[in-house]
Design a protein around this ligand. Structure first.
Ligand SMILES: NC(=O)c1ccc[n+]([C@@H]2O[C@H](COP(=O)([O-])OP(=O)(O)OC[C@H]3O[C@@H](n4cnc5c(N)ncnc54)[C@H](OP(=O)(O)O)[C@@H]3O)[C@@H](O)[C@H]2O)c1
Length: 316
């Protein structure tokens, strides 16, 4: 079983495993498939799991945790680090504690390790289909929402709080009102979307970045194959006896960030952990730094190309 390094976070007492298993699958996996993939992941050594109310994977994750405890794969729930996210339909001051409690109920847990604001916006209702009407998309009341997130910490519902898909500008807004600063900003980050400016900003502010879609979310509706089919990564992989996926993940790790990647395939989930006992050379890093850049995941591709959404997507 692989051992995964842990990182210390600024405003969360519990260390976080630097690699987490993502649970957002495409096409959406059924409960049993998700549950058994998570149990396989625990057997392989994963201890950090990334879910969200919006993914519908909180319940199977909760069932998998209960099963792993029954089977003795982990001795106590404390050995796991669970991240989930506040959905934008609940991103209002008085709805945050109830939303967090709902996630805890789905997960059958007493506490979450990391609770993130999923998107830097509010939706004025539940969405049943996408794209949505433009009037449903509202700006986030940063002060009120962050107060609600801090209340979740004070009530012991979560150990840490953070954000996701936040730009430097949006992070500044949070920092200006925070008593507990965000520990994490979870964003798209991979060799074709390297996020240099955001990485530097977060490092200076003590906010740890977690990279999502580190493989470019290949074979999903929201991603593409540009990472997995990059000639630069393929050439490095060939010369090092690694896969392109391992080169991409190693590169992400070497940027001093944590990552969440999804595989429900037993061999690939193991392969994705084999990135700690080797490193990229200066020359290889140089080649990767020159890969043309393009953002893969946009909020507009989900909600529609409304002006406000396009403005958010354009922020660095
Ligand atoms: N905060 C946010 O807004 C946000 C947005 C997107 C994602 N996320 C989180 O981040 C997690 C990871 O990102 P992601 O799922 O978008 O993308 P990803 O991890 O970059 O890619 C997942 C895709 O790559 C495949 N894959 C995994 N390992 C592979 C390997 N070694 N070789 C070839 N293919 C491989 C997976 O298929 P198999 O399962 O068949 O291996 C799946 O199709 C998500 O599951 C979710 O938890 C968060």
């Amino acid at each position: 079983m692989a051992t995964i390094r842990e990182v210390t976070l600024s405003s969360c007492e519990k260390p976080m495993p630097v690699i987490g298993m993502g649970t957002c699958s495409y096409p959406p996996a059924d409960l049993e498939t998700t549950k058994s993939a998570i149990i396989e992941a625990i057997k392989a050594g994963y201890r950090h799991f990334d879910t969200a109310f919006a993914y519908g994977s909180e319940k199977p994750l909760g069932e998998a945790i209960a099963e792993a405890l029954r089977l003795g794969l982990v001795k106590s729930r404390d050995e796991l680090f669970i991240t989930t996210k506040l959905w934008s339909s609940f991103a209002e001051r008085d709805q945050i504690v109830p939303a967090c409690k709902m996630s805890l109920q789905n997960l059958h847990l007493d506490y979450i390790d990391m609770y993130l604001i999923h998107w830097p916006l509010r939706l004025s209702g539940m969405i049943r289909s996408t794209p949505v009407e433009k009037d449903i998309v509202k700006p986030l009341d940063v002060k009120g929402v962050w107060e609600g997130m801090e209340e979740c910490v004070k009530l012991g519902l979560t150990k840490g709080i953070g954000v996701s898909n936040f730009s430097c500008k949006k992070l500044e807004e949070v920092l200006s009102v925070a008593t507990i600063p965000p520990a994490i900003n979870q964003v798209e980050l991979n060799p074709v979307w390297q996020q240099k400016q955001l990485r530097e900003f977060c490092k200076a502010k003590g906010i740890y970045i977690t990279a999502y879609s580190p493989l470019g979310a290949n074979n999903t509706k929201w991603g593409d194959n540009r990472v997995m089919e990059s000639d630069v990564l393929a050439e490095i992989a060939k010369s090092r006896g690694k896969t392109s996926a391992q080169v991409a993940l190693r590169w992400v790790y070497e940027q001093g960030v944590s990552l969440v990647t999804k595989s429900y395939n037993k061999e690939r989930m193991k392969q994705n952990l084999q990135i700690f006992d080797w490193s990229l050379s200066e020359e290889e890093l140089q080649k990767i730094s020159q890969i043309p850049q393009r953002k893969g995941v946009t909020i507009a591709s989900v909600l529609g190309p409304h002006d406000f959404v396009l403005e958010l997507d354009a922020e660095v």
